[in-house]
Design a protein around this ligand. Structure first.
Ligand code: AMP
Ligand code: ZN
Length: 449
C-alpha cells in the first residue's frame, strides 16, 4: 500500500473521532443520494458538499475512492416510518407527469446542481428502480433467516429479532413505543419497517413489480443496503448522509444488511448536520426551501454557497440567510482578488509546497475543519515568507479540496438595466451572463410582485 497521511473522522457509530484507515488503497464509500420528486434544496446540497470535501480529503491523503451514490426513484414515503404517500407518485400528480418523467427531470437537475457547485460526481450512480431483483434477493435472505413477517400491506423487518437494533442511534425502544403516535397497523413493534409494500388493491401504481410476496414496491431502506453491497466490498469503509438518517434510515440499513449477511455492514459512518432557516428546518416536503436556482436569481454565484458551507463545521447546524450568503459571495470575491494579486504562475512546473500547506492539511485531516483550513489559506496568501510562485502552487493544492476555482479569474458578472412594460426600471445584477429569456423571466417576476 502507498503511504497515507494521517486523517481522522468523527464516526457516528462510536460517537468519537477515530483515525481512519482502509483495507486497501481504494476506499469504498456509499452516499445516500436524493429522492428525485422535487428540486434538491440548498440544505440537501450542504450534505453533498460535505461529502465532496470528504472524498477530496481522502484523495489528498493518498487514497483512491470508489464512491457510489444512489438515486431514490421509488419507495420513499412521505413519512420515513413507512406511512403516507409515495413521494414520487405525489410529485408526478403535482406536475401532471409520469413518475418516470419526474425522476428523469429531477435527476438531471440534481446532477447539474452538483456541477455548479464543483461537486465531483460519484464513481457510479445507481438507481433504485434498476435494482429491484437485488432488493428482492435480500428480502428473501432475511425471510429465510426468520427476520421478516408479512401483514396485509407488506413484508416487514422484525426488529425484535435483531437485538442490536437500537445501538447505532442510541435509542430506547420502550420509550419510543410509549411516545409513538404512528398508526401501527399490523406492525409488531413501532421500530419494525417495510421491506416490501403491496400495491393497494384499488389503485394502479405507476411503479410496481411482481415479487414472491405479491405485486408491489420496495421499502426505501432496502435499496441502499442492496445497492451498497452489490457495488462495494463488505464492510464498507464509509457510509455517509445527513444527520436525519441516523435514527431511522441508517439504523434500518444496518439491521437489514447485518441480519442478511451476518457481518459488519460499515466501518465509518459520517453524518452532516442540517442547514436550517431562522424559522426551523429546510425541508422539501415543507415547501419552505431555497434552491440553487433561487440563489442564482439573486445574482449570487453557486460557489459562494460552497464557501458559505465552510463557515460552520459540517457537524454543526448552519443557519441560512441571504444576507449571510451575500457576505460569503463578497468574501469569495475578496479572496480571489487577493490571490490574483499575491500569486504568480511559477516558471517551474511545481514548487515544494508540503511545508507551506501543512497547517491547511492538518485542519482538513482533523475531521474536515474547513473554517480553520480557510484561515490557514489566508495565512498563505498574506505571507511575506513565501514567493508568489510558491503561493500559487499552495493555493492550487488547497483548491483541490476547497473546489472554489480560486485561480480562475473572476467572471465579469452582468448588470442589465431595463424598463418593464409597466414603466418600472429593473436592474438585474448577476454573477453569470444573462440570456434574453432569463431577462424576460426576471422582469415578469418583478411585475407580478
Ligand atoms: P432526500 O432527497 O430528502 O432523500 O435527502 C438527500 C440528502 O439531503 C440526505 O442525505 C438528507 O439527509 C440530506 N438533507 C435533507 N435535508 C437537509 C438539510 N436541511 N440540511 C442538510 N442536509 C439535508
Ligand atoms: Zn440511503
Amino acid at each position: 500500500m502507498k503511504p497515507k497521511s494521517e486523517i481522522s473522522f468523527y464516526n457516528t457509530a462510536s460517537r468519537s473521532k477515530e483515525s481512519f484507515s482502509a483495507a486497501s488503497d481504494m476506499v469504498g464509500m456509499y452516499a445516500c443520494g436524493p429522492t428525485v420528486y422535487n428540486s434538491a434544496h440548498i440544505g440537501n446540497l450542504r450534505t453533498y458538499i460535505f461529502e465532496d470535501v470528504l472524498k477530496r480529503a481522502l484523495v489528498a491523503a493518498g487514497y483512491g475512492v470508489n464512491h457510489v451514490m444512489n438515486i431514490t426513484d421509488v419507495g420513499h414515503l412521505t413519512s420515513d416510518e413507512d406511512t403516507g404517500e409515495d413521494k414520487m407518485e405525489k410529485g408526478a400528480a403535482r406536475e401532471g407527469k409520469t413518475v418516470w418523467e419526474i425522476a428523469d427531470f429531477y435527476t438531471g437537475e440534481f446532477k447539474q446542481s452538483l456541477r455548479d457547485l464543483n461537486i465531483l460526481g460519484p464513481t457510479r450512480w445507481v438507481k433504485a428502480t434498476d435494482h429491484i431483483p437485488e432488493m428482492i434477493a435480500m428480502i428473501a435472505a432475511l425471510e429465510e433467516k426468520g427476520f421478516t413477517y408479512t401483514t396485509a400491506d407488506g413484508v416487514y423487518f422484525d426488529t425484535g429479532k435483531f437485538p442490536r437494533y437500537c445501538d447505532f442511534a442510541r435509542i430506547d425502544a420502550a420509550s419510543l413505543a410509549a411516545g409513538s403516535r404512528i398508526d401501527m397497523g399490523e406492525k409488531r413493534a413501532v421500530t419494525d419497517f417495510a421491506l416490501w409494500k403491496f400495491s393497494p388493491k384499488d389503485v394502479r401504481r405507476q411503479m410496481e413489480w411482481p415479487s414472491p410476496w405479491g405485486v408491489g414496491f420496495p421499502g426505501w431502506h432496502i435499496e441502499c443496503s442492496a445497492m451498497a453491497l452489490k457495488y462495494l466490498p463488505q464492510p464498507l469503509d464509509i457510509h455517509c448522509g445527513g444527520s436525519d438518517h441516523v435514527r431511522v434510515h441508517h439504523t434500518n440499513e444496518i439491521a437489514q444488511a447485518e441480519a442478511a449477511t451476518g457481518r459488519q455492514f460499515v466501518r465509518f459512518w459520517l453524518h452532516g448536520e442540517f442547514l436550517v432557516l431562522d424559522k426551523g428546518k429546510m425541508a422539501k416536503s415543507g415547501g419552505n426551501f431555497v434552491t440553487l436556482k433561487s440563489v442564482a436569481e439573486r445574482g449570487i454565484a453557486p460557489l459562494a454557497y460552497r464557501l458559505f458551507c465552510f463557515s460552520a463545521h459540517y457537524r454543526s447546524p448552519l443557519t441560512f440567510s441571504f444576507e449571510a450568503l451575500e457576505a460569503s459571495a463578497a468574501a469569495l470575491k475578496n479572496l480571489k482578488s487577493q490571490i490574483a494579486a499575491e500569486t504568480a504562475v511559477p516558471a517551474e512546473v511545481s514548487e515544494p509546497v508540503a511545508q507551506i500547506c501543512a497547517p491547511f492539511y492538518a485542519a482538513v485531516n482533523d475531521d474536515m475543519n474547513m473554517s480553520v483550513a480557510l484561515a490557514a489559506l489566508w495565512d498563505i496568501v498574506r505571507s511575506k515568507v513565501w514567493s508568489k510562485a510558491e503561493k500559487y502552487c499552495a493555493v492550487k493544492n488547497a483548491d483541490e479540496i476547497l473546489g472554489l476555482n480560486l485561480l480562475v479569474p473572476e467572471e465579469r458578472g452582468a448588470e442589465i438595466k431595463t424598463t418593464a412594460p409597466s414603466g418600472f426600471t429593473v436592474i438585474i445584477k448577476s454573477a453569470q451572463p444573462i440570456t434574453d429569456t432569463r431577462q424576460s423571466e426576471i422582469v415578469a417576476k418583478v411585475e407580478a410582485r
